[in-house]
Design a protein around this ligand. Structure first.
Ligand code: NZQ
Ligand code: ZN
Length: 393
């Protein structure tokens, strides 16, 4: 195991009706004038925004609203939010929604005290030195942004989807009421489940040895997702299954499963080009890319893939030909994704094979290599897109 430092300061407030405490937690973390950020309307329609506003009013907290965040959130609303916060002297960001709303709020939080263009953080030109505090009320188990220091935004000019990270962006608190996720359509539930599993796999496939504790934590999250996802797709209001999935999503991405080990993250980078170009859901893009990446890198460490196959998917170990076991595990993963309604190739996702050169170009690796498990070149990435384009069960 490698040396590590782990800082996860977020206070998680989990359970039924937890959103009624939002005002109390904003007060606890020093907020007095709030920018309330939400998405395309689901939180309004469900009455959640009204309940949250009631809890703010009960604590005497002033609130300005900014709705309309779209999935694969864009820079235009970030600029608008920064302006609003500065003009109205707002001191706290409250995100009510999923990863897109939370990431927009984090970008605004970092942008307000920064004299330059907030995009500098996403372009790798500046580090975040200060940020307004952020709190969240989570409505979808997926991105893990409620417990992470990461934010992913798309710059409309050039269609660049890029991430940044800082412990300063970790939410002060996250309110997590699993009942709020019961209104999710099956497709969004499955996209979220795929993203949660992908966050685990990005950490599971490592070159670091002797990491039994984090291996086992990763496997626990994966086994939970394999059990609970089909249950909530069949019966959306199954509270306890929703609760297990919601906490799995947080555990998958606070990095408690990833400390002390090298991580990869190429599948995420390769996917972000798809969601930037086709505006598909991040989880759906991962369903197409991640098994293709696995097939491409599998021979780098066949025994690690065989371990996944045996421990997670219950495959029989082929001691004479461990690669057979490894590949059987990858097939199980793809079949599972298909069974929960995810796309498994370019056609099902709405992506085009002829765009592969453009996808590789905007990925922006040039002549270099990237990735913590297997360092990939631009040609390797093109090959992964080709495998993904033609994938079949
Ligand atoms: O906009 P509304 O109307 O709210 O609808 C949303 C949206 O259409 C809907 N939804 C959310 N909660 C709902 C609901 N519909 C009914 N009932 C509810 N309770 O779901 C749709 C997707 O929402 P979104 O916020 O986009 O989902 P998600 O949490 O998957 O976030 C995806 C974004 O997070 C980024 C992704 O790249 C993508 O841009 N990521 C962020 C990460 C981070 N900050 O740590 C890590 C991830 O790897 C990921 O890259
Ligand atoms: Zn993700």
């Amino acid at each position: 195991m490698e040396n590590f430092q782990f800082y996860s300061p977020t206070e998680f407030v989990f359970g039924k009706d937890a959103e009624m405490q939002t005002g109390r937690y904003i007060k606890k973390y020093g907020g007095t004038r709030v920018l309330l950020v939400y998405g395309g309307g689901s939180a309004v329609r469900s009455g959640l925004i009204a309940r949250v506003k009631k809890s703010l009013a009960a604590e005497g907290i002033a609130c300005t609203e900014m709705g309309g965040v779209k999935p694969n959130p864009r820079d235009d609303l970030v600029y608008a939010g920064i302006e609003k916060c500065r003009a109205e002297h707002l001191d706290f960001l409250l995100a009510v929604g999923g990863g897109s709303v939370i990431d927009t709020s984090k970008a605004i939080a970092a942008g307000v005290p920064y004299p330059g263009d907030f995009w500098d953080f996403y372009a790798g030109k500046a580090d975040i030195g200060a940020a307004l505090p952020v709190g969240t009320v989570l409505t979808i188990a997926a991105a893990g942004s409620e417990g992470s220091g990461d934010s992913v935004i798309t710059k409309m000019e050039g269609g660049l989807k890029r991430g940044t990270g800082s412990d300063l962006l970790r939410p002060r608190f996250s309110i997590m009421n699993p009942a709020l996720t019961c209104s999710l359509p099956a497709y969004q539930t499955a996209c979220g489940a795929t993203d949660i599993m992908a966050h685990v796999f990005e950490r599971y496939f490592t070159n670091t040895t002797e990491v039994e504790i984090t291996d086992r934590l990763c496997e626990a999250v994966l086994l939970t997702m394999i059990r609970e996802t089909p249950r909530v797709i069949a019966q959306p209001d199954l509270y306890d299954a929703r609760a297990n999935i919601m906490w799995a999503g947080t555990v998958a991405h606070t990095n408690i499963c990833g400390v002390g080990r090298a991580q990869d993250w190429n599948s995420h980078g390769i996917e972000h080009e798809l969601s930037a170009r086709y505006d598909c859901a991040h989880g759906a893009g991962l369903a197409v890319i991640m098994p293709a990446w696995m097939e491409f890198v599998c021979t780098h460490n066949v025994m690690r893939f065989a371990q996944m196959a045996v421990r997670v998917w219950g495959c029989e170990m082929d001691f004479a030909q461990p690669e057979n076991t490894a590949r059987a595990g990858i097939r199980c993963f793809r079949q599972f994704l298909h069974s929960i309604g995810m796309p498994i190739n370019f056609a099902e996702l709405g992506a085009k094979e002829e765009d592969i050169p453009k996808l590789v170009e905007t990925f922006g690796i040039g002549d270099g290599r990237t990735g913590g498990f297997v360092a990939l070149s631009a040609d390797d990435i093109a090959e992964i897109y080709r495998i993904a384009a033609h994938a079949a069960l």
